[in-house]
Design a protein around this ligand. Structure first.
Ligand SMILES: Nc1ncnc2c1ncn2[C@@H]1O[C@H](COP(=O)(O)OP(=O)(O)O)[C@@H](O)[C@H]1O
Ligand SMILES: [Mg+2]
Length: 317
């Protein structure tokens, strides 16, 4: 399949602390490719750099190093309007991604006017354009007629933010934790929308999350981040049989239906972004397999089978 988007050694640093004196690596030399008709899951705990990656792809933040290539062109050299016709975002909190003072159909009308130049004069005309798009997310123009964002449930509103993204006819949707704020019972339905879009229309997605089973369900390929670095990447079945000690730890921390509090799972401490000057493996401090080398040298990302793993247990074999 054709490559749509490619991150090449992308890094983002933030100045933090008193007088903004220390720099942290929020995203550290990240490379991956998204192909046509592919869902890429990005997994990692809070603070691992997931949203920063999404914001860079959506041109909300500029990378400090590396480049983001969209169909062989630097994303930052593509005019915004042209770029956003192809690449759209869906965010975690649907309530804050809609203007609360405007009815949803007016918001949609403006998107159409801004991106497609279609000026709609009648409600009938608007309904005719919206219905095919809304049906992809399980809604219709009648469901939204005259309604404000707060009149919808979180799940419905998240469907509407996907519909809004679809209005411009994108080929890539970047969804930052699209189901973490919606009711657990509707999560799969919303993820199914991304799968249908891929299967039926060839639309690719990057779906960010922290839930391994959901990532495995929806993704073709997964990228596991730790402290801003890709530690493991491969087909989504790597989550069932992980190689990297961190992915193993994440997989073990998924509670099984028969897990009880009495067999309490080991708590995973959030791996916050590290300082700019650092030697060794980012995961060394928490790794049960730590060797001397892990403290002094950062492991390379090596290919094993169909995946890539950044760990000295596999490097040099
Ligand atoms: N605007 C910012 N200024 C300073 N630090 C930031 C900013 N945005 C994110 N960070 C830091 O960058 C790291 C990665 O953040 P983020 O990308 O939001 O992670 P995630 O989405 O995986 O939770 C965190 O340590 C976070 O505190
Ligand atoms: Mg985030």
């Amino acid at each position: 399949m054709e490559a749509i988007l490619e991150l090449r050694g992308v890094s983002k640093y933030f100045a933090i602390g008193l007088f903004r004196k220390s720099l942290i690596r929020a995203v550290d030399d990240v490379s991956f490719t998204v192909h046509q008709k592919e869902i890429v899951g990005i997994l990692g705990e809070s603070g691992s750099g997931k949203s920063t990656i999404a914001k860079m792809i959506l041109k909300i933040l500029r990378p400090d190093k590396g480049s983001i290539i969209y169909r062989e062109r630097d994303a930052w050299k593509i005019e915004d309007r042209e770029y956003y016709k192809r690449v759209q975002g869906v965010f975690q909190d649907p309530f804050s991604s809609f203007n609360p003072r405007r009815i949803v159909s007016d918001i949609f009308r403006d998107v159409l006017a801004n991106y497609t130049g279609i000026r709609i004069t009648s409600d009938k005309e608007l309904a005719d354009i919206l219905n095919p798009v809304l049906s992809k997310v399980g809604l219709s123009a009648r469901d939204i007629a005259g309604k404000y964002p707060h009149e919808f449930s979180g799940g419905q509103l998240q469907r509407l933010s996907i519909a809004r993204a679809l209005l411009v006819g994108p080929e890539l949707i970047v969804a930052d934790e699209p189901v973490s704020m919606v009711d657990a019972s509707t999560r799969i339905d919303i993820l199914n929308i991304f799968i249908d879009l891929k299967e039926l229309e060839g639309v690719s997605s990057i779906i960010i999350g922290h839930d391994l089973s959901l990532a495995n369900y929806v993704s073709d390929k997964v990228i596991v981040l730790y402290k801003g670095q890709v530690v493991e990447e491969g087909p989504s079945d790597i989550l069932v049989d992980p190689a990297h000690p961190y992915t193993k730890m994440l997989a073990e921390s998924v509670p099984k239906i028969d897990s009880k509090w009495s067999e309490r799972l080991r708590l995973v401490n959030p791996g916050q972004a590290g300082p700019i000057h650092r030697d060794g493996c980012v995961f060394a401090e928490r790794c049960p397999f730590k060797m001397d080398k892990c403290i002094s040298q950062s492991p390379p990302l090596v290919r094993i089978g169909r995946s890539r793993v950044k760990c000295w247990l596999y490097a040099g074999k």
